[in-house]
Write a protein that binds this ligand. Structure first.
Ligand SMILES: *[C@@H]1O[C@H](CO)[C@@H](O)[C@H](O)[C@H]1NC(C)=O
Ligand SMILES: *[C@@H]1O[C@H](CO)[C@@H](O)[C@H](O)[C@H]1NC(C)=O
Ligand SMILES: *[C@@H]1O[C@H](CO)[C@@H](O)[C@H](O)[C@H]1NC(C)=O
Ligand SMILES: *[C@@H]1O[C@H](CO)[C@@H](O)[C@H](O)[C@H]1NC(C)=O
Ligand SMILES: *[C@@H]1O[C@H](CO)[C@@H](O)[C@H](O)[C@H]1NC(C)=O
Ligand SMILES: *[C@@H]1O[C@H](CO)[C@@H](O)[C@H](O)[C@H]1NC(C)=O
Ligand SMILES: *[C@@H]1O[C@H](CO)[C@@H](O)[C@H](O)[C@H]1NC(C)=O
Ligand SMILES: *[C@@H]1O[C@H](CO)[C@@H](O)[C@H](O)[C@H]1NC(C)=O
Ligand SMILES: *[C@@H]1O[C@H](CO)[C@@H](O)[C@H](O)[C@H]1NC(C)=O
Length: 349
C-alpha cells in the first residue's frame, strides 16, 4: 500500500486548533476565507479555497460530514493517522502483508513526538527514511528492530521492553519513509498468540503495549503520528531581507526540525502571525486569560502593561513586590531657639 502526498490532504480533513480558541476578534484566516470546517478551526497558512492558503501543501479539503475529526493542528504540529505495516500468517503461510510509505513534502515527521515501534514474536522490522537537509540532496537512513519469543510468559504488560515489542527513536528531518516488516520462520509454533508482525511510527504519548497487542493490532489499520510544518525552504536568516517573511507584531524563528521558517506573535500580542495585521495587542488589564499583577491601577500599553498606585500611595503596584502603601508622614519638630520647624518627611521604600 502506498500512501502519498495526495492521501495526506484527505487525512487532514478535520483539524482542531488548540491555539485558535482565542477571542473571536483575533482573525485566524485571510479575509473572506472560511476559517472552520465543522468544529475544526483552519488557520492561515492552511486554507480550503484558492487564495486562502499559503501554497498547495497547505490546502485542506473540508468535509463537514467527517466525524469525529481524525486529525488536529496545534501551534506547529499536525496530527495525522498513518497505516500500520503488517505481515500476517496462518498454518498455510502468509495471509496478509502491508508495507506503507508516506511522502510528506511540506511536512517533517516530528522526532520529538514520535517513536518507531515493532511488535511480534517473530519480527524483523525496518524503517527507511529520507532526511531533508538544507542545501543538499535528500539522504537515506535506515533503522531496524527485531524481536523473537516462543512463549507469552516473558512478554510484559505495560512496557515495550524488547520481548515481543521493540522501539527506537527517530532522526530529525524525515519527510519520506517506508516501513517493512517480515518474519524469519513464518510465526510457526507461535501462531496462537502472535500470528502477525506489526511496525509503525506512533506519537509516543499515545502508545501502549501489552500482551494483548500481539492479537488486537490485527483489527487496527491506522495509528496517530505527529508532523511538524513550516513555511518555505529557507531559514529566517535567508528570508530576513524579505519583508513578507513574518508580519507586523510578530517575529521569525527557525524550526528545530526541518527547513523553512516559522512566525510567532511578539510577547504581549496574540493572533495568527502569518496574516497581515494578524497579531493584535493583548489588553492584559481586561483579558480574562491573563493574570496581570497589578494590585491597584493597571494601564495597558502596546505589547505590555504597567501597574501604578492611586494618589496618596507609594510603590510599584505589583503583587509579590512592593504593591501600594499609604504614604506615611513623619513630622519632626525641631525647636531651635524660639522657632519651630516642621519637617515633613515622606517615608521612602
Ligand atoms: C466526506 O466524508 C464522508 C465520510 O468519510 C464520505 O462518505 C464523503 O464522500 C465525503 N465527502 C466528500 C465531498 O469528500
Ligand atoms: C462539535 O462540537 C459539539 C459540541 O461540542 C459536539 O457535540 C460535536 O460532536 C462536535 N462535532 C465534531 C465533528 O467534532
Ligand atoms: C544532488 O543530486 C544531483 C543529481 O543526482 C547531483 O547532480 C548534484 O550534484 C547533487 N548535489 C549535492 C549537493 O549533492
Ligand atoms: C499480562 O496481562 C494478562 C491479562 O491481563 C495476564 O493474563 C498475564 O498474566 C499478564 N502477564 C504478565 C507477564 O504480567
Ligand atoms: C492503547 O490503548 C487504547 C485503549 O486502551 C487502544 O485503543 C489503543 O489501540 C492502544 N494503542 C496501541 C498502540 O496499542
Ligand atoms: C522547496 O524546495 C523544493 C525542492 O527542493 C521545491 O520543489 C519547492 O518548490 C520549494 N518550495 C518553496 C516554497 O520554495
Ligand atoms: C520574498 O517574498 C516574495 C513575495 O512573497 C517571494 O516571491 C520571494 O520568493 C521571497 N524571497 C525569498 C528569498 O524567500
Ligand atoms: C500591531 O498591534 C497593534 C495593536 O493591537 C495594531 O493596532 C497594529 O495594527 C498591529 N500591527 C500590525 C502590522 O499588525
Ligand atoms: C506576574 O508575576 C509572576 C511572578 O512574579 C510572573 O511569573 C508573571 O509572568 C506575571 N504576570 C504577568 C502577566 O506579567
Amino acid at each position: 500500500m502506498r500512501v502519498r502526498g495526495m492521501a495526506l490532504q484527505l487525512t487532514i480533513i478535520g483539524m482542531l486548533v488548540a491555539a485558535a480558541t482565542a477571542a473571536p476578534e483575533f482573525p485566524i484566516a485571510k479575509p473572506g476565507c472560511r476559517d472552520r470546517c465543522g468544529n475544526v478551526s483552519i488557520p492561515y497558512p492552511f486554507g480550503t479555497d484558492s487564495g486562502c492558503y499559503y501554497d498547495a501543501g497547505f490546502l485542506i479539503t473540508c468535509n463537514d460530514s467527517f466525524n469525529p475529526p481524525k486529525a488536529f493542528l496545534t501551534t506547529r504540529k499536525l496530527h495525522i493517522e498513518q497505516y500500520i505495516a503488517k505481515d500476517c500468517y496462518n498454518a498455510f503461510g502468509r495471509t496478509r502483508r502491508i508495507t506503507p510509505r508516506l511522502k510528506l513534502a511540506k511536512f517533517i515527521i516530528s522526532d520529538a513526538d514520535n517513536i518507531f515501534v515493532s511488535i511480534g514474536c517473530d519480527t524483523v522490522a525496518s524503517l527507511s527514511g529520507y532526511l531533508k537537509e538544507a542545501g543538499s540532496n535528500e539522504t537515506q537512513y535506515k533503522v531496524g528492530c527485531m524481536s523473537s519469543c516462543n512463549t507469552l510468559k516473558y512478554v510484559p504488560n505495560d512496557t515495550c521492553s524488547g520481548i515481543g515489542c521493540c522501539q527506537t527513536s527517530l532522526a530529525k528531518g524525515v519527510d519520506d519513509f517506508s516501513i517493512t516488516v517480515t518474519s524469519q520462520t513464518d510465526h510457526s509454533g507461535i501462531l496462537d498468540f502472535s500470528p502477525c508482525s506489526y511496525a509503525f511510527i506512533i506519537e509516543e504519548k499515545k502508545f501502549n503495549f501489552s500482551q494483548s497487542s500481539l492479537l488486537d493490532l490485527q483489527k487496527v489499520t491506522k495509528l496517530p503520528m505527529v508532523v511538524d510544518w513550516s513555511i518555505g525552504n529557507n531559514s529566517c536568516a535567508e528570508v530576513k531581507t524579505n519583508t513578507s517573511a513574518c508580519q507586523g507584531n510578530s517575529t521569525c524563528y527557525d524550526p528545530d526540525n526541518g527547513n523553512g521558517y516559522l512566525c510567532r506573535c511578539l510577547d504581549g500580542y496574540r493572533g495568527n502571525p502569518y496574516l497581515p495585521n494578524g497579531c493584535l495587542d493583548i489588553d492584559e488589564c481586561t483579558d480574562a486569560t491573563v493574570n496581570h499583577n497589578c494590585t491597584h491601577i493597571c494601564t495597558n500599553s502596546p505589547g505590555d502593561y504597567t501597574c501604578s498606585c492611586p494618589k496618596g500611595y507609594h510603590g510599584d503596584g505589583r503583587k509579590n513586590s512592593e504593591g501600594c502603601n499609604r504614604r506615611q508622614s513623619l513630622v519632626i519638630q525641631i525647636v531651635v531657639g524660639k522657632f519651630v520647624y516642621h519637617l515633613l518627611h515622606f517615608q521612602s521604600w
